[in-house]
Design a protein around this ligand. Sequence first.
Ligand SMILES: Cc1cc2nc3c(=O)[nH]c(=O)nc-3n(C[C@H](O)[C@H](O)[C@H](O)COP(=O)(O)OP(=O)(O)OC[C@H]3O[C@@H](n4cnc5c(N)ncnc54)[C@H](O)[C@@H]3O)c2cc1C
Length: 319
Amino acid sequence: MQAETQEFDAIIVGGGPAGVSCAVWLARLGLAPLLVEAGAQIGGLCRSNPFYDEWNATLPGMTGPQVADNLALSLEQAAVPVLLSCPVKQIQRCPQGFAVTRGSGATPLVARYLVLASGVKACSLPELDRAARSSGHADRVLTGPGEHIVAHDFRDKRVAILGGGDNAFENALYALGKGASAAHIYARHVRAQQQFVRQVSPANIAIGPYKVDVQALRVNDRPYDVLLVFYGWEPCVDFADNLALDRSVRGFLDTHALTAETSCAGVYAIGEVAQRQHPCVVTALADGVTAAKAIQARIENQLDADRPIEAAVIVDNWR
Ligand SMILES: Cc1cc2nc3c(=O)[nH]c(=O)nc-3n(C[C@H](O)[C@H](O)[C@H](O)COP(=O)(O)OP(=O)(O)OC[C@H]3O[C@@H](n4cnc5c(N)ncnc54)[C@H](O)[C@@H]3O)c2cc1C
């Protein structure tokens, strides 16, 4: 395969909106990116959003999968080489920059610059998952938003929702809209948008500590048919542990505001893995541009890849 032998300016790990945007911009800027994606398709979390994306002002009327298809088309039109079904296992520094290890036996891919765009996964509690599996309730304990919630039949079901953010409230309203007989929210704190909170009766929101018994499908001793778990998101970046990158208190990668460069020179982190801005498709796309322009500035100004980039060079390079 061509990608095995070619030399790349940058390897981008992750084919969601952030990674695709960065790869397309690098290619359009005349550089040589390679995009490596763990899944069988491009699109990242957009693939698991079955609804219309009403938050992207440039693309009204598109569902998540249609946005994902557009991302794949943009890569194709910019002739970016892509490796699908190719989870990155490890990253190591090497004399040429960074070596990216895939499955066992495959030759590592090498590039001068590395862009981490590997996104997030829904947080769960390991003890909840274990209890759900051992009690045969795996299909009644659903974690995070997306297709699996839409595939569930909520008619006449009693639903307990664990978590106090937007996803918890939005999905409580969704379950009720799909015929659930009850949707009770259990949250230590409520952080959701007021437009969602206002639509849920205060009688159906229990704020404070609560006790979950997955075996018996009970919360605070009340019986339910299904539990929905919305405990936020965690970054997918274990494969880069060798680089010992600085992280925020919540575990997301720390980056320079102007360049998206991490604490390791030459490594950039964009989109949800860094949570530099409110997480969504548009900010992920913008992050991709930021990293691509910073890499272009380094390459075209022949800057030392091991030293932080000067702000003046970045600003000169914006135009
Ligand atoms: C149900 C749902 C609905 C949403 N609705 C909207 C909406 O309407 N509007 C909106 O703007 N946003 C929406 N979002 C959020 C939006 O999808 C995300 O903010 C956006 O996809 C983040 O992009 P990203 O590129 O940072 O990460 P992701 O989209 O998570 O992409 C990361 C990619 O990296 C890959 N990856 C991870 N680890 C590895 C590895 N080791 N090797 C190789 N590849 C790897 C993953 O497979 C994935 O494809 C929604 C999210 C969900 C879950």
